[in-house]
Ligand binder design. Sequence first.
Ligand code: ZN
Ligand code: ZN
Length: 103
Amino acid sequence: MKKLYCWRCKVEVPMLDESEFEIANRLYSEGIKNTTPGLTREARYKPLLDYYKEVTGMEETEPNAIMHHRIAQYGPPCENCGKPYRTSKASFCAACRHKRESK
Ligand SMILES: [Zn+2]
Ligand SMILES: [Zn+2]
């Protein structure tokens, strides 16, 4: 887990690393497969929401938010402002327009 700026939520959120995301992803697909009638959306994804809270200490009610809080989908932090590049292939920073240093 690492706190990173999320481009979709426009705020810093706890993001999952690959081993944490793997577990979250499994709980998410179990939620999708759980078609018990009368089950609320929140009850269906409760194991995922609980897991996220356990790892991050943050209460989240939207499973889809958790699923895009994955460190690996973003690039490294910008050399200028520290916000992550939007993708690993981004050539400039979407926050401060800093041109990415090519290595
Ligand atoms: Zn987000
Ligand atoms: Zn930047």
